[in-house]
Every structure is written in C-alpha cells, then in structure tokens.
Design a protein around this ligand. Sequence first.
Ligand SMILES: Nc1nc2c(ncn2[C@@H]2O[C@H](COP(=O)(O)OP(=O)(O)OP(=O)(O)O)[C@@H](O)[C@H]2O)c(=O)[nH]1
Ligand SMILES: [Mg+2]
Ligand SMILES: [Zn+2]
Length: 312
Amino acid sequence: MINGIVIKSTGKHYLVKIDNDSSIVPCVLRGKFKQYDYKSTNPIAVGEYVEIELSGGEGVIVKILPRKNKIVRRSTNLSRYAHVLAVNIDYAVVVFTLKMPKTYLEFLDRFLAAAEQNFIEPIVVINKIDLLTTEETLEMETIRNMYETIGYKTFQISVNQCIGISEFGEFIKNRTVLLSGNSGVGKSSLINTLNSKLSIKTGRISSAHTQGRHTTTFAEMHPFGEGYLIDTPGIKGFGLTDFTNSDVSDFFKEFRLYSPYCKFNNCTHTHEPGCKIKSAVESGQISKTRYSGYLSIITDNETDKYRKDDYI
Ligand SMILES: Nc1nc2c(ncn2[C@@H]2O[C@H](COP(=O)(O)OP(=O)(O)OP(=O)(O)O)[C@@H](O)[C@H]2O)c(=O)[nH]1
Ligand SMILES: [Mg+2]
Ligand SMILES: [Zn+2]
C-alpha cells in the first residue's frame, strides 16, 4: 500500500503525490465509496490523504484516511449538494477585492463563518490595492480595521505591484493553505508570484462586467516551501452547510462575547427582548454588516428547512 495526498481532482481523475517521494501518479477511484454522511459533489477533495495501489502506470485510490478538517459550501444557493473546497488545511484564505471585481462583505462573512464552523483559522487578503483611489483606500482600511479588531489576520496586497507579498508569504509558508474568493480576485496570480516556478493560467477581468471569467476550473495544490497553496475556482456565493440556527452566532467570532448574556438562552438575536447582540449592534460594538451577514445565513436556513435533510 502506498500513501499519498490528492493534489488535483477533476471529478473522475485524481493526481496523487506520493509521500516522501516527488512522484505524482494519476489515479482513479475504486468502485463507489460512500465515506461521508452528506451528499457531496466530490467525495474526494484536494488535500485528501489516501492509500493507493499501483496497476500499470496508474494508481487506484483504495482508501481515504480520516480528514483533519474540511471547508464545505453548498454548490449553488439552492442546491441539495455540498461541495468540498479542500480538506486537511492549516489556513483558509479569502481573497477580497474592493473593485475589479467587487467582493461583497456578505461573501466574506459567510466564508469566515464556514472557517469558524470547522475550526480552521481564516485569513483575509485584500488584493489589487494598486487600483484604489484615496477615498477607496480609506474604505479599504476601515474594512481591514474592522476585521483586525474582531481578531482576524488581514493583509493588504497588490500582486501587480508586489506590495505585501513577502509578508504574506512569510506568514503562511510551510503550511497547507486554501485560497478562495470570487473569480478574478487574483488567487492564481498570487500563487504564481509566491512560487515563481509556477505559471498557472490567469484570466482577464471583463471590462464590461468587471468580473472574472472562471479561469481556474479545478482545485489544485501547488508546492510552496515545505507546504502547499491550494488554488480553487472562483465562486459567486458561499452557502453554509450542516448547521442549525442556534449554531450560527458561534460562527461570528465577536458575537460570542455577547450571546451568553442574552435574556433567553435560545435567543436567535433577531426579535427577542434583552438581546445583547442587538444592543451591541446598536452601540456600534458589533458592525452592522456583520450582523446582516449573520441574518442572511439564518434566513437562508429557514428557506431551506424543508429539505435540510437532503444535503446534510
Ligand atoms: N490591478 C491588479 N490586477 C491584478 C492584481 N492581481 C491580479 N490581477 C489581475 O486580475 C486578473 C485575474 O487574476 P486571476 O489570478 O486569474 O484571478 P483568479 O482569482 O485566479 O480567478 P479565477 O481563476 O477565475 O477564480 C488578471 O488579469 C490579473 O493580472 C493586482 O494586484 N492588481
Ligand atoms: Mg484562478
Ligand atoms: Zn440575542
């Protein structure tokens, strides 16, 4: 039996890097496995530790080893299926841009919530700061301060002008790092800059729509120092999976300081009297955008209640 790690998955075919060896073997999956108890569009994700058997030049994945953690999103907003972005990761990076394309804070908050749900440390990377006017730079700094105050590590960078790259690289080196974000925010460009031996395909931003074009189509791990950078396809939205409404306030890091003091211990922080989260929003201790991010996740969940069992 040979042990390895899945560095690329296209759904049916996998590339597995063999442990303590530099060889990479194309693999297929033996039969049908139903390893995990939720419906997933990809039963084997990038980062998976597997056992393979060799037959001819090809490998067969015969076993998936237990996962340390995972980042999962609903594949589309109303989908019954979950999509595993990556597993066994040390940091979950969300790449954010104020423009070209514009990333909504709700997207960021949902990603952060999913990382918290899975006990993975998230990092916020604000890219394309070279494009910002003075006014937009102030807006960016306000956003950055807000997330730093909550307790998230943030970086402001420009891949094009090589600003902040080495500081970020130093922070994540030798770890397994997932990069996610909307299409066109510069995930692949950032990976190419960090590891100059790579030349991953990058895209242009459509000038009419100021959006990316989904240049990266499959998640793939690339070496960086002793660790890996996981490039992923750009996503539009981020739906959480596998939660109940009462869990959600725990996924918002700063909410945990207030929720124990709400009048009702089953407070959903929406309409109840004596809610300490609502009063923290009113007094400005919790940001309004974070609170609306929280409400949007709760609302999603209510809309989907009747078919919750389908995707858990
Ligand atoms: N102005 C500016 N453009 C950048 C910067 N970083 C990346 N870009 C450009 O943004 C475009 C999209 O970059 P990609 O790296 O392909 O973006 P991506 O996030 O991998 O996109 P998908 O693979 O579609 O998810 C390219 O034209 C890059 O040159 C930056 O710091 N400043
Ligand atoms: Mg890409
Ligand atoms: Zn409350």
